[in-house]
Design a binder for this molecule. Structure first.
Ligand code: FES
Length: 544
């Protein structure tokens, strides 16, 4: 390999876990990024070793990347365990890579620094700013309504992703990298730097140097991932109008640290933390604007009174020290606490007879006209049924109907895909309808919007109440009252429960079977049941 003994003797060996691949659109720059990290590791007297781990790009992973988040988490943990490694730098960005890498690192508990891949630059179409995902959904509806042509659509495709980096709306990627920073796993300010900004490469080199220092200091994830740090992450999530996926991921990450985050904690924090970041899909601007406005450090500075400032972070300083000098440069992007985009935080937790174990809605992305709504259900038994019938001109649906999708949860889909922004029926699109109440046990892309009730638990594939709904049932959504329910008598529920039949499992072997046998429900983070818990304290067996 070309190393001399003096290249490694007595030096910390730092793994760079790289989620690069030719099929991960968001990580195209990770080969260069890894070189920048290596530079820092060498400068600080460490030995860098680059290790590939599952790439897990959102766009080309089928049936859904969520099916493989736990796979990458296990791979990261075992890669760190089975090699002679003292510390690591984790390179991620696209949605599942951040939680997966941190879950693995938390379980292994070696010193790590997380390097977020950085958002793309703003999209552009004929001078109009385009945002990842959000504008795809918007213009896809316009195309289905016949308002834009195929050629227009092709131009939008060419303009919406025009640089390296992950989605540049406040989707799951931007949310999770921001939360990794709020938790204390990145260098201060790292998560907001656009991927193609030269400051991003400087941050990567600095992270390499920090990783070496952290080995000497024995600064481990278990010292950083406290309950207070997770509360800081939830406060941040609400203030940025973060993706609903963050709830599932934070619960899973906390589980790896031996901590329990009940859904009520999210709701309690949501009710006292205003939404202050005016970034799409719930706001107007994009991640590039957020960076120029001061980035996450400036946002955290605004939230100072709501945070635990004494939490340790990966650079050995407290969160409070890291944000002490931060300033907001553009208050229209990062609002003051007393002039928020919305007084309530981004996400609300719902319960009720349709979701005894909980459901989630991104209230800031829902039309307030639907915050309290009752309407008849139009039920689709699975995604194929939905795809086959949603645009049927004879579908008995009006703008007041509630569209219901069953069998889209962790076991039912499988993998709880991002199908929760159920399409508006074409005949309603043509009438100008752009939002309706939609209900499912699926997740939703962080770049999506609309009145979509998600993560219903227990899911329909294991016989949750969602499985028992039929066309015409009256569904009531009450966001201020935090409930989602169906107007059915106990006798009716019972009778339907008796006649319900469990769907056939999707897998009989392989990773899919392992997943079906061990995945937990949404409110438990969809981690595998055998991976919960703080890192083992028993000594590893001595095997030579
Ligand atoms: Fe990777 Fe959106 S596709 S972050």
């Amino acid at each position: 390999m070309g190393w001399d003994s003096e290249d490694w003797d007595g030096k910390p060996v730092i793994a760079i876990l790289n989620t690069w691949s030719d099929l991960n659109t968001c990580h195209t720059h990770f080969k260069i990024l890894a070189e920048q990290v290596k530079k820092g590791i060498l400068q600080a007297g460490g030995l860098p070793v680059e290790m590939p781990v599952m790439s897990l790009g959102e766009i080309y992973t089928k049936p859904t990347s969520m099916l493989y988040r736990n796979f990458l988490a296990m791979e990261a943990e075992e890669t760190l365990r089975c090699h002679p490694i003292d510390g690591a730098v984790l390179l991620g960005g696209c949605d599942k890579t951040t939680p997966a890498l941190l879950m693995g690192a938390l379980s292994m508990d070696l010193p790590v620094v997380y390097v977020p891949g950085g958002p793309m630059l703003r999209g552009n179409w004929r001078g109009e700013v385009l945002g990842s995902g959000s504008d795809v959904w918007k213009y896809w509806d316009e195309k289905r309504a016949g308002n834009i042509s195929d050629d227009d659509w092709a131009e939008i495709e060419d303009g919406i992703a025009r640089s390296p980096g992950h989605c540049m709306t406040m989707g799951t990627a931007s949310t999770m990298t921001a939360l990794a920073e709020a938790l204390g796993f990145t260098l201060p300010g790292a998560s907001s730097i656009p991927a193609s900004d030269s400051n991003h490469q400087r941050m990567a080199t600095q992270s390499g140097r920090q990783a070496v220092e952290n080995v000497w200091q024995d600064r481990k994830p278990s010292q950083i991932a406290s309950m207070e740090a997770f509360e800081n992450a939830i406060v941040t999530d609400m203030a940025i109008g973060g993706s609903t996926n963050a709830i599932v991921h934070l619960v899973a990450m906390a589980g790896r640290a031996g901590l329990k985050l009940p859904l009520e904690k999210f709701d309690e924090i949501s009710q006292r933390v205003p939404f202050i970041l005016d970034v799409r899909p719930s706001g107007r601007f994009l991640m590039e604007d957020f960076y120029y406005a001061g980035g996450l450090r400036a946002l955290l500075k605004q939230l100072e009174s709501l945070l635990h400032l004494d939490c340790l972070t990966v650079n050995g300083k407290t969160l409070g020290e890291n944000i002490a000098s931060a300033e907001v440069h553009q208050p229209e992007v990062i609002r003051p606490l007393d002039q928020p985009v919305s007084t309530a935080g981004g996400t609300a937790i719902l319960r009720g007879n349709l979701a005894p174990h909980g459901a989630v809605i991104k209230q800031t992305a829902a039309d307030p006209a639907f915050w309290q709504h009752t309407g008849p259900a139009v039920v689709f038994r699975d995604y194929n049924d939905l795809a086959a019938r949603i645009d049927d001109p004879d579908l008995p649906v009006t703008k007041d109907s509630v569209i219901v999708l069953q069998n889209a949860g962790p076991k039912g889909a499988p993998g709880m895909p991002e199908w929760g922004m159920l399409p508006i029926p074409k005949k309603l699109l043509e009438q100008g309808v752009r939002d309706m109440v939609r209900v499912s046990d699926a997740r939703m892309s962080g770049t999506s919007y609309g009145t979509c009730v998600l993560h219903i638990s227990p899911e329909s594939a294991i016989g949750g109440p969602l499985a028992l709904l039929r066309d015409g049932d009256e569904i009531t959504l009450d966001i201020p009252g935090r409930s989602i329910s169906a107007n059915l008598s106990e006798e009716e529920w019972e009778e339907r429960r008796r006649s319900w039949q469990e769907p056939a499992p999707h897998y009989a072997r392989g990773f899919g079977k392992l997943y079906l046998d061990h995945v937990t429900q949404a409110e438990e983070g969809c981690d595998f049941d055998f991976l919960h818990g703080a890192p083992a304290t028993v000594a590893e067996p001595e095997i030579h």
